[in-house]
Design a binder for this molecule. Sequence first.
Ligand code: UD1
Length: 366
Amino acid sequence: MKIINICGARPNFMKIAPLMAAYKSYPQIQPILVHTGQHYDEKMSDLFFRQLKIPAPDLNLEVGSASHAVQTARIMEKFEPIVLEHKPDYVLVVGDVNSTIACALVASKLGVRVIHVKAGLRSFDRTMPEEINRILTDSISDLLFVSERSGIENLRREGVPEDRMFFVGNVMIDTLMSHIETARTLDVLTAYRLEPRGFGLVTMHRPANVDAPEKFRSILQALGQISQTIPLLFAIHPRTRKNIETFGLGDILTRYPGIRLVEPFGYLEFLNLMSNAAVVLTDSGGMQEETTILGTPCLTLRENTERPATISHGTNRLVMPDGAAILKAWQELQNSPPCTSLKPDLWDGRAAGRIVKYIVEHFEKR
Ligand code: UD1
């Protein structure tokens, strides 16, 4: 039984790691790992392979950065001959990045069954490139593995047959649970002169926030004001750093030395920081989930989320990404009782094992 597994961008690596580990319990499975090369910097890719002990990819398509159309097309062009050569029983894709839809589309057109892990999530905001990737990938997937109950409702609404969808929990949390102890033994705070629960952790990379100069300026100004109360460690994504330079926003950072711009961290260092932070301010999808399990308050600088369980069962709060709303949310948070998290169903560290078991059963029934 041959499964080609796809990863391409940073958030894919935490999802693929527990699946590659779970395959080891099934000698009948021959997994092939393909890295599309969507992310390629040491700190956006290789470091994660080492820390999460993901086996080296069998193939790297080395597509690199480009516009959405060009990147997606390049992945498709390079992936098609691989499917033709290896004739897999399944192609497994994770998440919602361009690599996800590109490889799902190639497999589906060649008549190979597609497995989607983290299916069913919907922000209902079609201006997000990821939402388009999610809807399209789910519509051509044969096995859809869902991480939170809202995903099952979304897929039903879209007419996905019941026997294709499986509520299995969250592979991101598998990875978190198997690494949190190691992460906690690291000393990340001293180098930045930070105290546990005495700093905020910031990340931002969504085009909606960082590609619009005025909006980005207003967000940075609010962060500057918050940094006068509490130091902010801003782990900066390459596209965000580029835009600070392009839009000439460096003056805000000079004015507010409490915002400390730092390079992206490895998974373990970042987990340590998330678990020690007083607050996380982000537009990331995965961090909404991780802070929910860590019990760290999370202000998500977005108008919507495809992960509503992180609000109903977690520590997450949506905040309109503009200066005034961010400051108001920060004030409210300071006056709120400590966050308590109920933990969403099946976020128990065992999702990958369930997924692989279902795949094996599906294969045997064919
Ligand atoms: C991609 C995903 C997004 C995910 C994010 C996590 C899509 C549509 N978007 O967005 O869902 O949340 O990854 O990071 O797939 N760059 C580098 N080095 C790298 C990778 C990128 O410098 O290793 C720079 C390049 O200038 C590139 C830009 O970052 O143009 C954006 O990279 P890209 O993969 O196109 O999108 P992300 O914003 O990272």
